[in-house]
Design a protein around this ligand. Structure first.
Ligand SMILES: [Mg+2]
Length: 401
């Protein structure tokens, strides 16, 4: 499958953030052709997914012993603040990353807010990447704390991917004082599911013999590429588990989900042919909304932009991303659309900066009698390497807010 150049995407992490993201290289999902029963797995790959446990929060607890054992949220506590990461103690209260700080504090009044230190997270990320690189150069980071590794061929000629994953987990613990969870399988989809299965500080292996059954038992909402909106749509169609998904025909899934349909068809059978790709760098982040009723006044449009800008900014805060170009997209009732962009020499530093730019672009639009059915805001010209933002989106969705 291919991705439209400007399609909205749900980012993989953290769940709940609705944003679209563009990569410099798109994963080309070829039609599902492999046989799950193959000994080495379809495509003969050995894939490890490594995911640091509550990464930012764990780094803060490591560096400040007084925070250990406490519910900690990394992120801003201000009114518009967002939780970038929550410690396990905070998660017990239902605090999650990408949650507005106000909500988090309501759920956990004792929550301790800590300002993010992206420079430190970046340094730890470089440490773990160096450990990965002792085994393979085919490393695809999804964020600072998460990566896929293809170890089919590996530098130390270790036959067992599980042994490599164990070694990496041990080395991460020794060298950073932090824990990571690992998933081992024959493709990316399953490796990521597996790393989540025994979290935190766990290792789980999904063999070719297990893959199909493993997927059947899980709720589709857990699947990479099934965001909240898609999960709701699937629920509506009676699709709750991998088994439910597998019961659908390819034609049905294509009809209901478009280009992503074949991906769903494949993963429900434990199949995913996306290769592990090194160096996919995120180029933009954005969000958009299609309205149930067309908008006609500038006032209505400004109001409607609020939650869209919130989402873009929430992502910026969560990931430490900054960008210089704000783009406004307007789709009219007749489905024609225009985009207008504004760049500034310095990266946007606040939600207000994005809002100011978006409102100016909106105000500069010529008067138009057509109603507006969709508005979108994208931030691009992202600051390189601030948090090494990478991306791996198997799916793109039209995302209702
Ligand atoms: Mg993590």
């Amino acid at each position: 499958m291919s991705f439209p150049a400007d399609g909205p995407l749900r980012i993989g992490l953290p769940r709940g953030i609705v944003a679209h993201v563009m990569s410099d290289r798109r994963a080309a999902l070829s039609p599902i052709a492999a046989d799950a029963a193959g000994q080495a797995g379809p495509g003969g790959r050995k894939v490890i997914h490594i995911d640091m446990d509550a990464f930012y929060a764990s780094v803060e607890q490591r560096d400040d012993p007084s925070l250990r054992g406490l519910p900690v949220a990394v992120g801003g506590s201000a009114e518009r603040g967002v939780v970038a990461a929550a410690s396990y103690e905070a998660r017990v209260f239902g605090v999650r990353s990408a949650m507005p700080s106000v909500t988090a504090r309501r759920r956990c009044p004792a929550l301790v807010f800590v300002k993010p230190r992206f420079d430190v997270y970046k340094a730890v990320s470089a440490q773990i990447r160096a450990i990965f690189a002792e085994h393979t150069d085919i490393i695809e980071p999804l964020s600072l704390d998460e990566a896929y590794l293809d170890v089919t061929q590996n530098k130390q000629a270790i036959a067992s991917a599980t042994a490599i994953a164990q070694d990496i987990r041990r080395r991460i613990r020794e060298e950073t004082g932090l824990t990571a969870s690992a998933g081992v399988s024959y493709n990316k989809f399953l490796a990521k599911l597996a790393s989540d299965h025994r979290k935190p500080d766990g290792l789980f292996v999904v063999t070719p013999a297990m893959g199909e059954r493993f997927v059947e038992t899980l709720p589709v909402a857990r699947f990479h590429g099934v965001g909240p909106a898609t999960a709701a749509k699937m629920e509506h169609l009676g699709i709750r588990t991998g088994a439910d998904l597998k019961a659908q025909s390819l034609g049905f899934l294509q009809e209901r989900f478009g280009k992503i349909g074949p991906y769903y068809y494949g993963i429900s059978r434990g199949l995913d042919e996306r290769p592990v790709r090194a160096n996919r760098i995120r180029k933009s982040v954005g969000a958009e909304n299609t309205f149930s009723a067309d908008l006609h006044t500038e006032h209505e449009m400004r109001e409607a932009l609020g939650p869209i800008i919130d989402k873009v900014w929430r992502h910026c805060e969560t990931a430490g991303t900054r960008g210089r170009t704000v783009t406004l997209k307007v789709k009219y009732a007749d489905f024609r659309q225009i985009t207008r962009a504004q760049s500034s020499p310095a990266p946007v530093a606040s939600r207000a900066d994005i809002e100011r730019a978006a409102f100016r672009l909106l105000a500069d639009l010529p008067a138009d009698p057509r109603g507006v059915r969709l508005l979108g805001v994208t931030l691009s010209a992202l600051e390189e390497g601030r948090e090494g933002e990478r991306t791996d989106e198997p799916a793109q969705f039209a995302l209702p807010l």
